[in-house]
Ligand binder design. Structure first.
Ligand SMILES: [Zn+2]
Ligand SMILES: [Zn+2]
Length: 129
């Protein structure tokens, strides 16, 4: 029986090109309403598991290393994340958090700006409690 290959290039075992259209098709995002102006969060129906810290993790192919799905999708859209930057899930604006893979719900921030933002969010949450 022939193993069907999606493309004839035969290079699938090399780190797969994270083509945006292919990646979206593969991750098959499911909209999850969050009631905010950002629009629904996207949960991937293909994500194999979540990492211990709550991120959606996925494998593009059996041999590929696990990737953080939100990061892969963001980078497919915007290009490589510059060194020193992290992707913040815009929870302060309604995003439901780490498992969400919607690029529009992610904001690149420096590590220090990200730490400051989360410090502020925690303080606000404490004040509201
Ligand atoms: Zn979201
Ligand atoms: Zn964050």
């Amino acid at each position: 029986m022939n193993r069907s290959e999606v493309s004839g290039s035969g290079d699938a075992r090399r780190s797969p090109p994270l083509d945006l259209v292919a990646l979206v098709a593969w991750l098959a995002p499911l909209p999850v309403p969050n009631g905010s102006d950002l629009g629904p969060c996207w949960a991937s129906s293909k994500v194999g598991y979540r990492t211990s810290d709550g991120y959606a993790s996925a494998k593009v192919s059996a041999r590929a290393p696990s990737i953080r799905a939100h990061r892969a999708l963001w980078q497919a859209l915007h290009g490589p994340l510059p060194p020193g930057l992290v992707l913040h899930h815009r929870e302060d604006e309604g995003c439901l958090g780490r498992w969400c893979i919607r690029p529009g719900h992610l904001q690149p921030l420096t590590r220090s700006a990200h730490a400051v933002l989360h410090h502020r969010l925690r303080a606000a949450a404490r004040a509201a409690a």
